[in-house]
Design a protein around this ligand. Structure first.
Ligand SMILES: Nc1ncnc2c1ncn2[C@@H]1O[C@H](COP(=O)(O)OP(=O)(O)OP(=O)(O)O)[C@@H](O)[C@H]1O
Ligand SMILES: [Mg+2]
Length: 507
C-alpha cells in the first residue's frame, strides 16, 4: 500500500513542479514586457514632447507677464507712490481686460511694503518675504522670482526708476493658467514615476518573482494535501479490501466490508461483499451435497446389504412354520407367535430399506417450465381436511423445476405440519409466494407445536427425528432437492406457536 501512496505523491509532485521552470520564464518575460510597454521609446518621446510643449506654453506666459509688467510700468508715473503708504485708486481696466487676474504690490526703496492692488478674481496669492525682495534690491531691470513658494503663481520684480534714480519697486504676481498647472503637474508625476520604476526595476522584478514562487509553492502544498486526502479516501477501502480478501482466503466467509460510499469504490466493496455471499452459499451447497452424497452411498450399500438376506429370511421363517409336523400344541403356538414376530420385523426392515433406497436413489432432475402457484394448489388438494390459507403472488414468473421432486418437498412439509398440528390438537397451514429481486420466496408456515430451540439446528440432518415410527429423512430430502435447484431453505420457530419454513429459489 505504501507504494501507491509514494507513486501518487510522486506523480502529483511531478505534475505540479514540471511547469515551474517554463512558467517562471513566462512570468519573468511577461514582467519585463509589461515594464517595457511603459519604458519604450514612443512613450518616452511622447512624455518629452508633452514636457516640451508645456515649456513653450510656460515661456509664452512669461513673455506675456513681462508685457503686463511693462504696461503697468508705463501707466504708473508718480514717484510718490513709492514713498509712503496709503490707499490709492487705479484704473487698470484695459490692462485687466487683457491680462486677467494679478496682484500688484508697492515697496519703497528700502523694500518696505506700502500697498497692494488686486485685479480680477480674488485669489489666495502667495506672500512675498523681505528676504526674497532683498536679493532684488540691486536690480534695475524686470526680474522673475525664480523660487516661487507656490508653483501655481509667477512673480516679477519691477524696479521703479524715476529720473535715473531707483525710487522703489513693484511686485507683480500672476496665477498660471489652471489647465497648464494641472498638465505640468501630471507630466512631472509621470516623469517621477518613470524614474522611480527605472530605479526600482530590479527590486520589483525580484519581489514579483518571489510572489510567483510563494503562490506556486502554496499551490503545490495545496495539491499535495488534496492528493493525500484523496489517497486516504481511496486507500482506506483498498486496505480494508485487502484485509477482507485475506480473511476470506483464510476461510472466514462471514466477513463483510463496512465501507459506505457511492462511487466506484463503493461498487467494488458491494460486489466484494456479494461475491463472498455467493461463495458462502455455493460452499454450503457443496458441503451439503457432499454430505448427502456420502450419506446416500452408505444408505445404498446398507439397503442393498440388508435387503438381500431379507427375502431368504422371510422364506426360511415361512418354511420353519410350515414344515413343523409335530403335534405339540404348545410348541406349535410358540412357533406361530415367534415366526409372526420375525415376519413383522422383517416386513418393518423391508419398509425401512425401501425408504432408505428411495433416499439413496438420485434420479436425474427433470427440469420443466412450471407454474409454482399451480403446483402448490395441486398438492394442497391432497389434504382436503386440512385448514390451509394460500396467499400466492399473481406476478410469479414460470421457473424451471423438477415437478415430481417439488411435489415431494411440499408433501414432506405438509406431513410435518399436519403431524405437529395433530399433536397440538388444532392449527392452520399458510403458504405464500412472492417475487422479489429476481428470486421467488415461498413461505410455508403452520400454527402447530413449534420446534424446540435445541433441536432446531438438527432438523435438516438425515435420520434425525423426534417421532417414534419415523426415519427423519423428510427435511433432509427437502433440503437436498432445494439445493439441487440452486435455492436455499431456512426455518424459524416458536415453541407452542408454530413454525415457518422459507424457501428462496432463483429464477
Ligand atoms: N412443522 C413442524 N413442526 C414441528 N416440528 C417439526 C416440523 N417439521 C419438522 N419438525 C421436526 O423436525 C424433525 C425432522 O423432520 P423430518 O421431516 O426431517 O423428519 P420426520 O418428520 O421426523 O420423519 P420423516 O419425515 O422421515 O417421516 C421432526 O421429527 C420434528 O421434530
Ligand atoms: Mg417429516
Amino acid at each position: 500500500m505504501r507504494s501507491i501512496r509514494t507513486k501518487l505523491l510522486l506523480a502529483l509532485l511531478i505534475i505540479t513542479l514540471l511547469p515551474v521552470y517554463p512558467l517562471y520564464h513566462l512570468v519573468k518575460d511577461f514582467f519585463s514586457r509589461s515594464l517595457e510597454v511603459g519604458f519604450n521609446e514612443k512613450v518616452i518621446e511622447a512624455l518629452e514632447n508633452a514636457s516640451g510643449l508645456s515649456q513653450i506654453v510656460f515661456s509664452q506666459f512669461r513673455e506675456e507677464t513681462l508685457d503686463l509688467c511693462r504696461a503697468l510700468k508705463r501707466s504708473i508715473r508718480s514717484p510718490s507712490l513709492f514713498k509712503s503708504a496709503g490707499r490709492i485708486k487705479f484704473n487698470f481696466t484695459p490692462i485687466e481686460k487683457k491680462y486677467g487676474a494679478f496682484r500688484l504690490q508697492f515697496y519703497d526703496k528700502k523694500g518696505v511694503f506700502l500697498r497692494q492692488h488686486f485685479s480680477g478674481a480674488v485669489l489666495v496669492y502667495p506672500a512675498i518675504y523681505e528676504a526674497q525682495l532683498h536679493a532684488f534690491q540691486v536690480k534695475t531691470a524686470l526680474s522673475f522670482f525664480e523660487t516661487n513658494p507656490q508653483p501655481a503663481f509667477i512673480s516679477v520684480y519691477v524696479p521703479a526708476i524715476f529720473s535715473n534714480e531707483k525710487t522703489g519697486a513693484m511686485v507683480v504676481t500672476r496665477p498660471l493658467p489652471t489647465a497648464f498647472v494641472e498638465q505640468s503637474r501630471q507630466v512631472i508625476e509621470v516623469n517621477q514615476m518613470f524614474q522611480a520604476i527605472g530605479i526600482l526595476r530590479g527590486d520589483l522584478e525580484k519581489s514579483f518573482i518571489l510572489a510567483f514562487f510563494v503562490i506556486y509553492l502554496s499551490f503545490t502544498v495545496l495539491i499535495i494535501v488534496l492528493g493525500y486526502l484523496f489517497y486516504q479516501r481511496i486507500s482506506r477501502p483498498l486496505i480494508a479490501l485487502a484485509a477482507g480478501t485475506e480473511k476470506v482466503a483464510a476461510g472466514d466467509l462471514d466477513y463483510r466490508m463496512q465501507v459506505k460510499s457511492g462511487d466506484e469504490i463503493g461498487k467494488l466493496v458491494d460486489s466484494f461483499n456479494s461475491m463472498i455471499e455467493k461463495v458462502k452459499t455455493k460452499q454450503e451447497q457443496v458441503v451439503e451435497l457432499e454430505k448427502k452424497a456420502a450419506w446416500r452411498e452408505m444408505a445404498r450399500i446398507l439397503a442393498h446389504e440388508i435387503k438381500n438376506p431379507l427375502t431368504p429370511m422371510q422364506l426360511t421363517v415361512q418354511q420353519l412354520r410350515d414344515e413343523y409336523k409335530g403335534d405339540d400344541p404348545l410348541y406349535s403356538k410358540v412357533l406361530a407367535e415367534c415366526t409372526e414376530i420375525i415376519s413383522d420385523e422383517i416386513a418393518a426392515l423391508q419398509k425401512l430399506v425401501r425408504t432408505f433406497s428411495e433416499f439413496a436413489r438420485m434420479p436425474e432432475m427433470q427440469l420443466v417450465q412450471a407454474d409454482l402457484n399451480e403446483l402448490i394448489r395441486d398438492v394442497r388438494k391432497l389434504y382436503k381436511d386440512a385448514d390451509v390459507d394460500l396467499d400466492l403472488s399473481s406476478n410469479l414468473p414460470l421457473i424451471k423445476l423438477d415437478d415430481e421432486q417439488f411435489r415431494r418437498i411440499l408433501k414432506n412439509l405438509f406431513k410435518n405440519s399436519l403431524d405437529s398440528i395433530k399433536e397440538k390438537g388444532a392449527g392452520r397451514i399458510s403458504i405464500s409466494t412472492v417475487f422479489q429481486n429476481e428470486t421467488i420466496l415461498i413461505g410455508f408456515s403452520d400454527t402447530g407445536m413449534g420446534i424446540k430451540d435445541e433441536i432446531l439446528p438438527r432438523i435438516f440432518e438425515p435420520h434425525y427425528s423426534t417421532k417414534k415410527q419415523s426415519m427423519g429423512l423428510g427435511l433432509a430430502i427437502v433440503k437436498r432437492i432445494i439445493l439441487e435447484h440452486g435455492g436455499s431453505i431456512s426455518v424459524e420457530s416458536q415453541t407452542g406457536k408454530g413454525t415457518r419454513f422459507s424457501i428462496i429459489l432463483p429464477t
